[in-house]
Ligand binder design. Structure first.
Ligand SMILES: [Zn+2]
Ligand SMILES: [Zn+2]
Length: 348
């Protein structure tokens, strides 16, 4: 089969590799019908994730069709259409028993395209298949569904639910990249009063408006503080989500939050950020961080199936597997290409 193979920092290729085989009784093999590329894949390609070995097939998000089923798999059959979640779950360890699947101690967690071969391929082996896939409901398209593999549950769980967004809240989201936009989409499910999107790129702020931001601010040309103060009588936002992953944006998120409010960090950080305890010890803040657990995926699947969530709006570019290299190129230059999420499907 063909797959997108990591060849060490800065190097990747769409190339021939051996077909995956069932290795454990809980495995299934899935023929990949639709797949996307994640910002994390770009981090891997930069060499930021050293545990990814050269030769690894990348990708941790897919929708596909089951083609082989291990002897211990109970809920899946050949021919089932499934979402392959970015998080695999042994289902038995302490963290899985608490629905913290991202922290699985039994060999799951984020393993696809990381510690084992991933989904950017014609076929993928999915371990712990009963706990690591979700059946695609009738009437839901591959492209709607594939957005539920990672980006939607990440924004919803680590942003909206950790940030405890409630009806009537003023919610500020720092960063209007794909994760920030997915945070806007899922924050709306909780009926906030006002969603403020903050980004230094006006093109991204335009996208934020189409996803449901009520107010947009570019800190290069306007005062974020003044906007938030104006909306909240000077108190600060009820919830601020950080969806960039730099020290400055994290520190801004903390400063923009009202006393008693929530700071929900979604961004992936590569450098230390300063926590100004000398200012905030008195403010009763709740600051959360997290890797997605995907416990919310069944809820998100229901919302998509019920036409309450339009996830396909995230997809800006469509390719077939033959153009995998071009898809990476477009996705890695969002400022020029306007890419949010790219979709790759089997050539017709
Ligand atoms: Zn991802
Ligand atoms: Zn586990």
């Amino acid at each position: 089969m063909k797959a997108l193979v990591y060849q060490g920092p800065g190097r990747r290729s769409w190339q021939e590799v051996p077909d995956p085989q069932l290795q454990h009784p809980g495995d299934v093999i899935v023929r990949v019908d639709a797949v996307t590329i994640c910002g994390t894949d770009l981090h891997i390609l930069k060499g930021d994730v050293p545990e990814v070995a050269s030769g690894r097939v990348l990708g941790h998000e897919a929708v596909g069709t089951v083609t082989a089923v291990g002897a211990a798999v109970e809920t899946l059959d050949i021919g089932d259409r499934v979402l392959v979640s970015c998080i695999s779950a042994c289902g038995k360890c302490r963290y899985c028993r608490e629905a913290h699947y991202g922290q699985c101690l039994g060999g799951g967690g984020w393993i696809l395209g990381h510690l084992i071969d991933g989904t950017q391929a014609e076929y993928v082996r999915v371990p712990f298949a009963d706990n690591s896939t979700h059946k695609v409901p009738e009437g839901v398209s591959d492209e709607q569904m594939v957005m539920l593999a990672d980006i939607l549950p990440t924004s919803y769980e680590v942003g909206v639910l950790n940030g405890a967004v409630r009806p009537g809240d003023v919610v500020a989201i720092v960063g209007a990249g794909p994760i920030g936009l997915a945070a806007i989409l899922t924050a709306r499910l909780h009926s906030p009063r006002t969603i403020v999107s903050i980004d230094v790129a006006d093109s991204r702020l335009e996208a934020a408006r189409t996803f449901g931001a009520d107010v947009v601010v570019n800190p290069g040309t306007g005062s974020v503080r003044a906007v938030i103060d104006g909306l909240t009588g000077g108190l600060g936002a009820d919830c601020v989500m950080e969806a960039v992953g730099t020290p400055g944006t994290f520190e801004d998120a903390v400063r923009l939050t009202r006393a008693g409010g929530h700071v929900a960090n979604i961004g992936v950080h590569g450098a230390p950020a300063t926590l100004h305890l000398e200012d905030i010890w008195i403010k009763n803040l709740t600051i959360t961080t997290g890797l997605v657990d995907t416990y919310s995926t069944p809820t998100l699947v229901d919302l998509v199936a019920g036409n309450r969530l339009d996830t396909a709006a995230m997809i800006t570019h469509r390719f077939t597997f033959d153009d995998f290299e071009a898809a990476y190129d477009v996705f890695s230059r969002p400022a020029e290409t306007g890419a949010l999420k790219v979709l790759l499907t089997v050539p017709k």
